[in-house]
Design a protein around this ligand. Structure first.
Ligand code: DI6
Ligand code: FE
Length: 405
């Protein structure tokens, strides 16, 4: 067994249930290998038998804030090119939907992604991943959805897997072939869904996919088409998620909840019916303030109703080249509070424990014995400071699987 590492005299936001922030004012975390073995008040340390074992290392954090490693539960990190010119078009009055209907938008990124080599896709995604990691992100979800052909979708998922092999980062992959209609299938969305469904078994057999997602909206796919994707996911025993009610109410959240969805994401147009269905199914609401901001949306997700219903809320970057080119999950804390009126603690639970739950992961997102030793030492004394300031990076040390990079 590896000798313990002691991280002493920290202000701990453990996010244990039942107390605000799961706060411990003068706390210690003990790690052994890639696991946390003890979390508690430093004063209780002497009474602890395992502490009598000679520690391999002991760090005095001098009152610095320690939180769980951040979890970005919704990104589209792997793609070619960018859409800075489309941003200019939108500033001149074109809408996101108009650009998409004219063949730009997601389809412009599909063309750039198909044209990029594996190496280019990897290098650009790794660069973006490192920016997120520098702000304390230790787990990230990455969706496909810019290949939209069997080989290209597999290539993008393989790049996501390679990121996890080459960087100190955990990656969960999600197949999002039902993101947009590729040009080869123009006017034939049902034929495209027929094809996309057949790719899933191969992706699963190759170990490329952890979950299945779809974009259910007027510029995406209908609820009926979405449901066909979910039926195949269920047959393959893969959990589902959904881009639901982003631009319009399609009743997608209720559909996803019927399939036991891990999460429904975006949700600006979510109805009371959708909220009730998510609550009953235990589905997490993943809110994406970056996309709301960047598309200058004016319809807020129903945060008060989600809160009243007890639906857990997660916050993610939705990093993608079209609707949210954001590379800061810390900035999303501030945006979740200022734009969506979450409390700082709700926003923080949204990038830790609830984000982990949105990925179906129970072994992270809190500081507790038995969980992964993924945590961050911040240049701050309280997590509310990170929700308050914006445009800065107070990450001092990032510990991934018990080790600093
Ligand atoms: N909703 C989004 O916000 C992203 N995908 C989706 O279904 C945007 C993707 C893009 O514009 O490239
Ligand atoms: Fe998205």
């Amino acid at each position: 067994m590896t000798a313990p590492h002691l991280w002493r005299h920290a202000r701990l936001a453990t996010f244990a249930p039942g107390s605000p922030w799961g706060w411990i004012e003068d706390g210690t975390v003990i790690t052994e290998g890639d696991r946390i073995t003890w979390v508690g008040a430093d004063a209780d340390l002497l009474a602890l038998a395992s502490a009598h074992r000679q520690p391999a290392a002991e760090f005095d954090l001098q009152g610095a804030l320690v939180t769980p490693g951040l979890v970005d539960a919704h990104t589209h990190l792997v793609y070619g090119g960018d859409r800075a010119a489309e941003f200019e078009q939108r500033l001149q009055g074109a809408t996101y939907e108009e650009i998409a209907r004219a063949g730009g938008g997601i389809r412009a990124t599909v063309a750039a992604t198909r044209a990029a080599s594996d190496e280019q896709l990897f290098a650009s995604a790794a660069k973006r991943a490192r920016i997120l990691m520098a702000e304390g992100v230790t787990t990230i979800e990455i969706k496909s959805g810019y290949g939209l052909a069997e080989a290209h979708e597999a290539r993008c998922l393989a790049v996501a897997r390679r990121l996890a092999r080459e960087l100190p980062l955990e990656v969960r992959t999600t197949s999002l072939a039902a993101h947009a209609l590729p040009p080869e299938y123009a006017g034939r969305p049902d034929d495209y869904i027929d094809a996309a469904i057949t790719w899933l078994a191969g992706q699963r057999a190759a170990g490329l996919v952890d979950a299945v997602d779809a974009f259910c909206d007027t510029i995406g796919f209908t609820p009926a088409q979405t449901e066909r994707v979910f039926v195949e996911a269920r047959r393959l025993n893969l959990p589902v998620k959904l881009h639901a009610e982003q631009l319009s109410d399609q009743d997608g959240a209720a559909l996803a909840a019927r399939y036991g969805a891990l999460s429904c994401d975006h949700l600006e147009h979510l109805s009371p019916r959708g909220i009730a269905a998510m609550q009953a199914a235990g589905t997490v609401a993943v809110l994406l303030p970056g996309a709301y901001y960047f598309l200058r949306d004016t319809t807020l997700p129903p945060v008060a109703a989600l809160r009243a219903a007890g639906v857990p809320m997660a916050i993610a970057t939705d990093h993608n080249p079209g609707s949210s080119p954001a590379l800061s999950l810390v900035l999303m804390l501030n945006m979740a509070c200022t734009l969506f009126r979450l409390t700082p603690e709700e926003a923080w639970r949204g990038v830790t424990v609830h984000a982990a739950r949105a990925l179906g992961l129970a072994d992270r997102g809190r500081l507790a014995a038995g969980l992964r030793a993924d945590f961050v030492v911040w240049d701050a004394e309280h997590p509310r400071e990170l929700a308050y300031r914006f445009g800065h990076n107070p990450c001092r040390r990032r510990v991934f699987a018990g080790a600093e990079e």
